[in-house]
Design a protein around this ligand. Structure first.
Ligand SMILES: NC(=O)c1ccc[n+]([C@@H]2O[C@H](COP(=O)([O-])OP(=O)(O)OC[C@H]3O[C@@H](n4cnc5c(N)ncnc54)[C@H](OP(=O)(O)O)[C@@H]3O)[C@@H](O)[C@H]2O)c1
Length: 341
């Protein structure tokens, strides 16, 4: 039996969904994978931190979080500490970094992951910032330290995207991709098509837990651009940051524009695409009116989809229906099993 100590940095929608999934899968992890886990620390920004080398009571931590209570009182002598100090003091084998994304710099998540890798911990994240702003550096550091840095949940939640290319499609060269990669904007556009105002649609999206901490990141196309940058950086091997992507959000798409498109048999979608151009790459994120012949036309609500074009297969499309924090948590759990095995 492998006994794995885990530190959770970030205990919001995703961190809590992961905690619930770890609890739900405890038996199967023990029986089929010989993995016994223990949470030795949880840290947040405003709800305190808790460290306990003998194990934090995860169910109690979940009920504190739901009640919006400080988790620090779950163990004695827990002063608030910054993320890097938390990582260094945790003594964990695996860090889950699920703090809010910073599109412009990727910080402080990069520092958190770097500290974990330096300490010889595996680092797993759903946070796209470190992947687009420090992928090469973190991947090299992980290799030098003999540990893994995994990030499956950063694009399309728990759907296998990075592991598909890295583990299942050897020697394939990705030429281009096109998709709907941001659930919040897709849900807003779907609800507007059904007659809801932009504000009503946004409030609904926020209630599902899929929006970013600051939803303007979704609406202005930053979340979509950062996902495009992550795919290009990792799968095409060309470092790309979101500010180098032509980007337009859905902020000026009115209810009138949505109904006009619907009446013409068309549908607005926030389309993400990238394609190789010589040794470089071109990429853009922008709202487009698409017709029913387009494979993305029926990707509705929170669903997302991407079509990959490579040198070895015909078009390969992955569609994910109704994702949420729980599917993101599954991607994190799948990464966890990968690093432990
Ligand atoms: N929600 C999804 O479906 C989804 C899907 C894919 C990827 N992601 C990514 O997953 C990450 C987490 O998303 P979420 O929905 O869980 O966000 P969230 O609900 O806003 O939670 C963020 C958590 O991180 C903590 N935090 C933020 N900055 C911190 C810092 N500097 N130090 C320590 N803790 C910090 C927050 O603390 P407080 O509780 O004190 O505020 C909170 O616990 C994001 O990077 C997001 O892009 C989310």
């Amino acid at each position: 039996m492998k006994k794995i100590d885990i530190a959770l940095l970030g205990f919001g929608n995703v961190g809590r969904a992961l905690a619930q999934l770890l609890l739900a899968k405890r038996e199967v992890l023990r029986e089929h994978y010989q993995i016994e886990w223990s949470i030795v620390g949880i840290a947040t920004r405003r709800h305190g931190s808790v460290l306990n080398p003998t194990g934090v009571d995860l169910e109690a931590a979940l009920s504190f979080a739901v009640a919006d209570k400080e988790i620090s009182s779950l163990a004695p002598n827990n002063a608030d500490m910054d993320g890097v100090t938390f990582v260094r003091t945790s003594g964990a084998d695996v860090l889950f970094e699920n703090t809010s994304v910073n599109y412009q710099t990727g910080q402080p998540a990069i520092d958190h992951i770097e500290a974990a890798l330096e300490m010889g911990m595996h680092a797993i994240t759903a946070n796209k910032g470190p992947v687009v702003h420090a992928f090469g550096r973190l991947a090299e550091l992980a290799q030098a330290k003999g540990v893994r840095f995994l990030y499956e949940s950063t694009v399309m939640d728990g759907a296998p995207i990075f592991s598909l290319w890295q583990e299942v499609l050897p020697v394939a060269k990705l030429h281009s991709f096109r998709g709907v990669l941001n659930s919040t904007t897709n849900l807003i556009l779907t609800l507007m098509e059904a007659g809801k105002s932009f504000d009503q649609a946004l409030a609904h999206a926020q209630a599902t837990g899929i929006t970013e901490t600051d939803p303007s990141g979704d609406i202005m196309g930053w979340d979509a651009a950062v996902k495009v940058a992550a795919l290009v950086t990792v799968l095409m091997g060309i470092p790309l940051t979101p500010d180098n992507i032509e980007r337009k959000g859905i902020d000026d798409i009115t209810l009138e524009a949505v109904s006009k498109a619907r009446d013409a048999g068309l549908r607005w979608k926030l389309i993400c695409q990238a394609w190789r151009d010589g040794e470089g790459v071109e990429a853009c994120v922008r709202p487009e009116q698409i017709d029913p012949n387009d494979s993305l036309y029926n990707v509705m609500g929170t669903s997302s989809a991407v079509t990959f074009v490579s040198d070895v297969l015909g078009d390969l499309t992955i569609t994910e229906t109704n994702p949420g924090p729980q599917t993101t948590a599954y991607g994190l759990l799948a990464d966890f099993i990968r690093v432990v095995r």
